[in-house]
Write a protein that binds this ligand. Structure first.
Ligand SMILES: Cc1cc2nc3c(=O)[nH]c(=O)nc-3n(C[C@H](O)[C@H](O)[C@H](O)COP(=O)(O)OP(=O)(O)OC[C@H]3O[C@@H](n4cnc5c(N)ncnc54)[C@H](O)[C@@H]3O)c2cc1C
Ligand SMILES: *[C@@H]1O[C@H](CO)[C@@H](O)[C@H](O)[C@H]1NC(C)=O
Ligand SMILES: *[C@@H]1O[C@H](CO)[C@@H](O)[C@H](O)[C@H]1NC(C)=O
Ligand SMILES: *[C@@H]1O[C@H](CO)[C@@H](O)[C@H](O)[C@H]1NC(C)=O
Ligand SMILES: *[C@@H]1O[C@H](CO)[C@@H](O)[C@H](O)[C@H]1NC(C)=O
Ligand SMILES: *[C@@H]1O[C@H](CO)[C@@H](O)[C@H](O)[C@H]1NC(C)=O
Ligand SMILES: *[C@@H]1O[C@H](CO)[C@@H](O)[C@H](O)[C@H]1NC(C)=O
Ligand SMILES: *[C@@H]1O[C@H](CO)[C@@H](O)[C@H](O)[C@H]1NC(C)=O
Ligand SMILES: *[C@@H]1O[C@H](CO)[C@@H](O)[C@H](O)[C@H]1NC(C)=O
Ligand SMILES: *[C@@H]1O[C@H](CO)[C@@H](O)[C@H](O)[C@H]1NC(C)=O
Ligand SMILES: *[C@@H]1O[C@H](CO)[C@@H](O)[C@H](O)[C@H]1NC(C)=O
Ligand SMILES: *[C@@H]1O[C@H](CO)[C@@H](O)[C@H](O)[C@H]1NC(C)=O
Ligand SMILES: *[C@@H]1O[C@H](CO)[C@@H](O)[C@H](O)[C@H]1NC(C)=O
Length: 593
């Protein structure tokens, strides 16, 4: 039941008459598309806009989710934690039982909206380190992925804007290393009078926690003011920055509420399969539609869904496909393997202050006042993210773990673990008391996981096994991170502030801390690596070439977090904007050559 879209030449498409946001595939005009892009997260949104900047290039982007515009909590920076899990705009995935987490399965949110996970994330803007990108350049043999080569793209994305509370940010960010004309507004966090001074005084009191004036300089190490994708007190996501402002361009069609079910071969060139067909449907019982791109199909469905689409399409490890009776189009042994993610673990102390976030999280009157203020003029508590400062830290060089494990970090500018400072209890606070939380996260893991499928129905969930805390190195790192957080709040600056350790109470030995971590850790939501890039002609790893074209086929590229061969020691959204900007430039260059 293919409601086939007849392929009219672009010449017949009345320019200006078509471009729009379509909510049902049956509305889509008959039109020839140069590029069909699957998924509108940072990867897909950036590339769609950049390709459509050429008015003679017709672009269709297909997104499974709806519009974020009417969901107020998407816009309110402070309320990002309410956006997942178990919401209609979340894919609502759950992992397989995790041996490293004592057999627990955990929620694995992914945004399902125009804008993708950038509409539901916590807005932290962390580019990663110079070493992270230089490693991408090294493993792919393409210097264009190096930190220095990427600088024009990195600057081009950003516009450094004032924080919502308007305070003077001198010394909190280095303006000269940021962009001034990009589409994504970036700002430092608002002031937290009870916490900022203590955190930054600790950086001069304890030399193992140095101050870093700007963690986005290429050298991430130390404690920095957090930077966030927030402009004028509201979230900046891929939809409201890159895509929606372009959705009235006459050569960019945006189709929402529609899930791509597979990509398919439309022919061969010199014996190589050409994958330029895309199949899609509203839901599992509705009509299936198809469209062929004349130039390329670009998969940007994210590190979980892109491998799912490839596997459903017969692009994956042949043996696994045959066990599901999917006929292999080409053997791509590494699709869905090499899943990497960061481990998240909150530690909490009771504090001697009444200025924390806790009251707003348990007092509806106060909550309503803050909400009213945000609605009134986009200021106040709700205009800022719920995290504050961020630290990127390394294990000591003489840590005995390095006698048995080769350092998995990208280099000395990349962290082994992260601190995220939160001015209150994470989750629903107890009825009384005020709290400080520090999330201690593993950010250069050696654990690896998989994304695979056990069903040929595209509407069934993929099986997600991030393999969290599956290695001695990762469990060692998280234990050392908890101990480091305790040293941090043991500084003189916190001496009249910390009242008691609340979480983990009573855990002191390494074994007890490891058990606490296994019982309580979650994800920082940074899946990467499942469709990794590797060098041209590398057959021992990778799914895409350094230009992000899929190995062994023509007409198909991948542009999302899955192409990163290593998870950066950073929150991942900025990396995805960065790779998508360069990828768009590569596509334009290839098309004009
Ligand atoms: C809860 C949460 C908090 C996070 N916090 C931060 C943070 O503070 N800072 C940070 O830097 N990063 C954060 N991240 C990670 C960051 O948001 C992601 O790394 C980034 O959005 C990945 O971009 P992407 O384009 O690869 O994929 P996504 O943003 O996930 O976009 C993929 C898009 O493809 C669509 N799609 C999937 N399958 C199909 C299909 N079959 N057909 C059509 N469309 C499809 C999805 O609906 C989605 O819109 C967070 C993520 C989550 C989930
Ligand atoms: C931080 O240090 C400064 C200078 O020593 C001092 O004046 C200030 O009170 C300290 N603040 C905190 C919160 O410890
Ligand atoms: C796509 O191309 C294939 C192979 O050329 C063709 O059979 C099919 O009809 C085309 N689909 C559409 C929707 O035009
Ligand atoms: C699927 O979409 C059709 C419209 O094409 C709608 O009538 C039907 O209710 C939908 N089914 C589900 C399960 O959402
Ligand atoms: C695959 O096909 C074989 C032969 O038709 C059938 O016996 C088997 O049940 C199928 N397996 C699956 C997973 O569908
Ligand atoms: C393929 O099958 C092997 C063996 O069962 C398994 O280890 C691997 O995770 C599977 N990979 C994918 C992507 O399905
Ligand atoms: C916080 O504590 C101060 C000093 O004890 C007190 O003056 C103030 O009223 C308290 N504020 C709230 C909101 O409880
Ligand atoms: C809740 O907040 C309001 C507004 O600040 C305040 O008047 C009230 O006393 C608070 N209620 C409790 C139980 O603390
Ligand atoms: C914003 O509105 C609040 C009241 O809701 C007011 O107290 C505050 O001064 C206003 N801020 C600005 C910058 O207008
Ligand atoms: C910021 O938001 C306020 C309130 O919505 C609005 O009045 C103002 O114009 C915005 N400022 C900018 C620079 O967008
Ligand atoms: C696939 O995995 C899901 C989730 O683990 C499970 O509920 C389902 O029964 C599995 N399906 C098959 C055909 O094995
Ligand atoms: C910690 O130990 C004390 C004393 O044994 C006990 O009263 C308390 O309940 C324990 N706390 C937790 C959170 O287990
Ligand atoms: C890849 O291999 C092919 C065939 O051996 C060769 O022609 C090509 O130059 C190689 N490409 C690179 C970048 O090494």
């Amino acid at each position: 039941m293919y409601a086939s879209l007849s392929l009219l030449s672009a010449v017949f498409a009345l320019r200006g008459a078509y471009a729009a946001i379509y909510t049902d595939p049956s509305q889509l005009p008959s039109r020839e598309y140069d590029y069909v892009i699957v998924g509108a997260g940072p990867g897909g949104s950036v590339v769609a806009r950049r390709l459509a900047e050429s008015s003679t290039t017709n672009v269709l982007i297909i997104e499974a989710g709806g519009l974020p515009d009417d969901i107020e909590d998407v816009a309110i920076p402070f309320l990002s934690e309410t956006l997942t899990p178990n919401q209609p705009w979340d894919w609502n995935y759950v992992t397989t039982p995790q041996p490293g987490l004592n057999g627990r399965s955990i929620d694995y949110p992914r945004g399902k909206l125009l804008g993708g996970s950038s509409c539901v994330n916590d807005q932290a803007w962390t580019r990663g380190s110079k070493d992270d990108f230089d490693r991408y350049a090294r493993v792919t043999g393409d210097d264009g992925w190096s930190w220095d080569a990427l600088q024009p793209f990195i600057h081009g994305i950003e516009q450094l804007v004032p924080p919502a509370d308007g305070h003077n940010t001198a010394g909190e960010v280095i303006p000269s290393i940021h962009g001034t004309n990009g589409l994504v507004g970036i700002s430092v966090q608002g002031l937290l009078p009870n916490l900022d001074g203590r955190i930054f005084n600790t950086t001069s009191e304890l030399s193992e926690f140095p101050f870093n004036e700007d963690m986005n300089s290429g050298d991430t190490i130390g404690i920095s003011w957090g930077q966030y994708a927030i402009r004028n007190g509201s979230r900046q996501d891929a939809a409201n920055t890159y895509l929606e402002p372009a959705s009235n361009w006459d050569n960019l069609d945006v189709l929402i509420n529609t899930q791509v079910t597979k990509v398919f071969k439309i022919g061969e060139e010199s014996g190589v399969p050409v994958i330029r067909g895309v199949q899609f449907a509203l839901n599992s019982t509705s009509s299936v539609y198809a469209v062929n791109a004349t130039k390329e199909v670009i998969l940007s469905a994210g590190a979980i869904n892109t491998p799912q689409i490839l596997l459903l399409s017969g692009l994956g490890p042949t043996a696994n496909l045959s066990s599901l009776n999917i006929s292999a189009v080409v053997d791509l042994p590494f699709v869905g393997s090499n899943l990497q993610d960061h481990v998240f673990l909150p530690n909490t102390w009771q504090v001697n202050s009444n200025l924390t976030y806790d009251d707003v999280n348990r007092n509806q009157t106060l909550f309503n006042e803050d909400l009213a203020q945000w609605r009134n003029n986009r200021t106040g508590l709700f205009a800022a993210a719920s995290s504050a400062e961020i630290g990127w830290l390394r294990l000591p060089e003489d840590d005995p773990i390095f006698e048995t494990v080769q350092d998995p970090s990208a280099g000395k500018l990349s962290a082994h673990y992260e601190f995220i400072f939160i001015d209150g209890f994470l989750g629903t606070p107890p009825a009384t008391g005020n709290f400080l939380s520090i999330a201690t996260n593993v950010v250069s893991p050696t654990s690896r996981g998989t994304v695979t499928i056990n069903s040929t129905n595209p509407f069934d969930f993929p099986l997600i096994d991030p393999g969290l805390l599956n290695s001695d190195f990762d469990i060692h790192t998280i234990v050392e991170a908890i101990k480091a957080a305790r040293r941090f709040v043991g500084s003189p600056a916190f001496s009249n502030y910390i009242v008691d350790t609340v979480i983990p109470a009573n855990a002191t030995t390494d074994d007890e801390l490891a058990q606490f971590a296994r019982d309580n850790a979650g994800t920082v939501f940074h899946p990467t690596g499942t469709t990794a890039m590797s060098a041209w002609n590398d057959t021992s790893s990778g799914v895409v070439n350094p230009d992000l074209t899929v190995k062994g086929v023509k007409g198909l590229r991948i542009i999302d977090a899955g192409i990163l061969p290593f998870v950066p020691a950073a929150h991942t959204q900025a990396s995805v904007y960065i790779i998508a900007e360069r990828a768009a430039a590569l596509i334009k260059a290839a098309a004009s050559s």
